[in-house]
Design a protein around this ligand. Structure first.
Ligand code: ADP
Length: 201
């Protein structure tokens, strides 16, 4: 069984994933895998370089993310092309990682993905767990963690999927507006639920 874990910036995805890991539940991070598929030597990077040339490569042959981001930011067709090259590979690689963890004896596994719904990765999971906090707290925690001020944090939050839309897709919700002890209690409760679900034939 695969549980997709998502939420907006600084909602607490990594913190919650670590709490599950402490109970013996491993996770795969979709962002890590998205970086993996465009590493030097990967076919996706070769395709991107063939289309855009050396302007999207660094001197060491690695992907110049900033250059590629600028191209797709201004061109929806290029964005779609890039997604058609990367998304199927990300999906395959994610399923390989998740299968390996399950074969290693995990009771169930987590797919941590900031864009679980937007990327269509929710179709790969059995349950969707949304980490939810009010936007004011999200902005506060973003500004405290990252090198941004409240206005920048607010702009990042405003550019993401609205809280209500995410909640509408959730199977389970973890309200992370309390302290870390409250979060861990809710994780323990969800862990019991997911273990029970995973052990049903
Ligand atoms: P995400 O992975 O969703 O971006 P993080 O797990 O990095 O979010 O959490 C964002 C920030 O909020 C971090 O600094 C983290 O320590 C803090 N945080 C997360 N959950 C709680 C909580 N329940 N109480 C207080 N701080 C929290």
């Amino acid at each position: 069984m695969i549980v997709g874990l998502t939420g907006g910036i600084a909602s607490g995805k990594s913190t919650v994933a670590r709490a599950f890991a402490a109970l013996g539940v491993p996770w795969v991070d979709a962002d890590d895998v998205a970086r993996e598929v465009v590493e030097p030597g990967e076919p996706a990077l070769a395709e991107i370089a063939a289309r855009h040339g050396t302007r999207v490569l660094n001197d060491d042959g690695g992907l110049n993310r900033r250059a590629l981001r600028e191209i797709v930011f201004n061109d929806p067709d290029e964005r779609r092309w890039l997604e058609s090259v990367t998304h199927p590979r990300i999906r395959t690689r994610l399923l390989e990682h998740l299968a390996r963890l399950q074969a290693g004896g995990a009771p169930y596994v987590l797919l941590v993905s900031p864009l679980l719904f937007e990327s269509g990765q929710s179709a790969m999971v059995d349950r969707c767990l949304v980490i939810d906090v009010p936007e004011t707290l999200q902005i506060e925690r973003t500004a405290a963690r990252d090198d941004v001020d409240a206005a920048q944090a607010r702009a990042i939050v405003a550019a993401q999927m609205p809280r209500e839309a995410r909640l509408a897709w959730a199977d389970e919700v973890l309200d992370n507006s309390g302290d870390e002890a409250a979060m861990r209690r809710r994780v323990a409760e969800l862990d019991r639920l997911y273990r029970a679900m995973a052990s049903k034939p």
